[in-house]
Write a protein that binds this ligand. Structure first.
Ligand code: ATP
Ligand code: MG
Length: 375
């Protein structure tokens, strides 16, 4: 973190020396005052993205609506955005919340045009000219819930009324943006406070494609903290609270296929686990990682979980852990059964795995073939 600040100052210094006014803005300044871990350092400058790219060796132009360039200094990456509006103060006033409108110059001097520092000490989420801010970009309403979940702050009454009156505007916001904030809401330490805000303002009804309802929010409220959990765990827990049987409803949220697949397996093994504890064959098919996640999900939902050591030892003692370890191959079966290739081959291999995993026969080529001939 210290290194990040040193590199940030190097970057600002260079831009300043070249005649561009440059500041650290937003989350990093806020988190510095709160003593929180900084997620990333955002920088605002009067230089255009072309000018920034010319000054630094390692830069990447970002593909967003603002003029943002990723700049690498040492090991650190910084988002450098060109000032919006004619004056720096104007840029700060147009940010979502006053606590995110703080800026700092190269010398560490604070620039606070909307009394953000006071709101930080009062632990209050406030927007400068709330209605204009929220209507300008309705995602900000969800960001309010996000910061409530992360920081546990209270909300200013003007902002609360604005969200209550205008929440339906969020329906137009792109789902990718919504999803990023939603996951942060789920992981926040004060998640329950944020859920109450969603319920109190009615915002939950308008969040696009999440299909939230009071019953699901109530279920989410009962979950233990997701702060240290992976996105896979968070989304699977979400599905369970929404009473989804599979990952189908998540498909409209523009999540990655890898994530969807991971949620799908966890949901499916979780269903099995609800009926009985882990059998060798389920564990073999799921793999230990998935089984551990299923148990973690049970823990998060307050359900009895299987002891982790016990689960590991069942896994360790499995005769094989993947098809590659099976002592026969499809080729062996073709030779032995003297049949044309076809669906029977896949079935036989599956059966061979099952026989070995369930210790009905040893993992040896001719033992397996004999056992297959007997069934
Ligand atoms: P984090 O610590 O999670 O990175 P952050 O406050 O830095 O939180 P970012 O999403 O990284 O949030 O945005 C950086 C800054 O840009 C914010 O602090 C805020 O000032 C501004 N910002 C981001 N999104 C919006 C928005 N939708 N409307 C207005 N200002 C925004
Ligand atoms: Mg940030």
């Amino acid at each position: 973190m210290v290194q990040e600040w040193i590199e940030a100052r190097t970057l600002i210094h260079k831009l300043n020396q070249n005649g561009y006014q440059t500041y650290i803005v937003g989350g990093a300044v806020r988190d510095l005052f709160l003593g929180r871990k900084i997620a990333d350092v955002d920088i605002v400058t009067t230089a255009t993205s072309k000018e920034v790219s010319e000054l630094f060796e390692k830069t990447v132009q970002m593909n967003n609506q603002h003029q943002t360039v990723l700049v690498r200094v040492g090991q650190e990456l910084f988002e450098v955005t060109t000032l919006r509006g004619a004056r720096f103060e104007e840029d700060l006033m147009r940010r979502d919340l006053t606590i995110n409108s703080l800026a700092m110059d190269e010398q560490g001097v604070l620039i606070d045009v909307v009394n953000g520092k006071q709101d930080l000490s009062l632990k209050r989420l406030r927007s400068f000219d709330a209605k204009t801010r929220m209507i300008e970009d309705p995602l900000r309403m969800l960001r309010v819930a996000r910061f409530m979940s992360e920081l546990g702050f209270t909300i200013d009454s003007d902002l609360l009324t604005t969200i209550t009156d205008n929440h339906s505007d969020i329906k137009k916001v792109a789902v990718e943006r919504v999803v990023k904030e939603w996951i942060k809401i789920l992981k926040g330490t004060y998640r329950n406070q944020a859920f109450f805000l969603l319920l109190e303002t009615g915002l939950y009804k308008s969040i696009p494609r999440l299909s939230l309802n009071p019953k699901a929010l109530e279920q989410l409220l009962t979950l233990k903290s997701l702060a240290d959990q992976s996105e896979i765990i968070c989304w699977t827990a979400f599905c369970l609270c929404m009473d989804y049987k599979n990952e189908e409803p998540l498909k409209q949220l523009c999540l990655s296929n890898d994530l969807l697949r991971a949620v799908k397996v966890r949901l499916s093994f979780n269903q099995k686990r609800e009926k009985h504890s882990w059998t060798s064959i389920d564990l073999y098919y799921s793999s230990i990682k998935v089984a551990q996640d299923v148990e973690k999900l049970r823990f998060l939902r307050g359900l009895p979980r299987q002891d982790e050591c016990e689960l590991n030892s069942i896994w360790q003692s499995l005769p094989i852990h993947s098809r590659a370890e099976l002592a026969i191959t499809g080729k062996d079966l073709l030779q032995e059964f003297k049949r044309e290739q076809g669906p029977w081959l896949k079935d036989r291999l599956l059966l061979a795995e099952k026989l070995v995993v369930e210790r009905k026969c040893l993992n040896e080529k001719f033992e397996i073939i004999d056992a297959l001939k007997e069934v």
